[in-house]
Design a protein around this ligand. Structure first.
Ligand code: DX5
Ligand code: ZN
Length: 217
């Protein structure tokens, strides 16, 4: 399958958010990546439900909501109501991950699990059949514009092998430091979804950068 591109609105210009959303609507991007941070699980605070609802009212593509929050179970229903289509939770935040994933699916969203760069992908072995996607962090979560951590290539390749046996439908998403220089190699390693924040929104021509990420060389 052709890989997907999900621009991360964390790097958009919040004073002209609608304009940036319309750019993504027009572009070849496949969905919106929406980063939710609570200042507890990660050392930064981003945005909550009311902004997501407003994003949803203008977005013409699915919302891929990445939760970087402690105790995500408390808010799953609220994210559904705010407009999340895909919802991912960090492995590191869930005591009962299987239950959380089941709940996300029951609410009608695509469930995903996220792992930080230091956590081995082997930890996901027994949850792979239950999730629609795995989001591999290629930076430590919390901020846009950080340097890509190189171990992501090997991690993607390993997960790519694991899914063949455990869940061939599983999608692999990669997030953090993705740009036009590493996109081709990430797709080649097995990534199906590229998240890119600063590479898109800080570029001179964001729409063109999205096209390049769709067809990286
Ligand atoms: C980081 C977030 C990312 C962030 C990526 O914690 O999960 O989605 O927006 O930003 P870039 O692409 O600038 O690294
Ligand atoms: Zn993210």
């Amino acid at each position: 399958m052709q890989h997907l591109v999900a621009p991360s609105l964390l790097s958009a210009n919040f004073l002209q958010l609608e304009k940036d959303i319309q750019m993504v609507n027009r572009s070849q991007a496949d969905m919106f990546h929406v980063d939710v941070m609570d200042g507890h699980f990660v050392p930064n605070i981003s945005f909550g439900f009311s902004i997501i609802k407003q994003i949803k009212s203008v977005a013409e593509k699915p919302l891929d909501v990445h939760l970087m929050i402690s105790e995500p179970d408390k808010y799953l229903q609220d994210f559904k109501e705010a407009g999340a289509d895909w919802l991912s939770v960090h492995y590191e935040t869930c005591q009962h991950l299987h239950r959380t994933i089941q709940q996300i699916r029951k609410l009608g969203m695509k469930p995903g699990v996220v792992v930080n760069p230091h956590n081995p992908v082997d930890l996901l072995q027994d949850i792979l059949p239950d999730v629609d996607f795995v989001l591999l962090m290629s930076v430590n979560p919390g901020f846009g514009g950080q340097h890509f951590i190189n171990n992501a290539f090997g991690r993607i390749a390993k997960l790519n092998k694991m899914r063949k046996e455990r869940n061939p439908e599983l999608l692999i998403e990669v997030d953090g430091g993705v740009d036009t220089s590493n996109a081709a190699r990430l797709v080649h390693a097995g990534a199906d979804i590229l998240v890119a924040g600063s590479a898109v929104f800080k570029s001179d021509d964001p729409e063109k950068t999205i096209s390049t990420l769709k067809k990286p060389t």
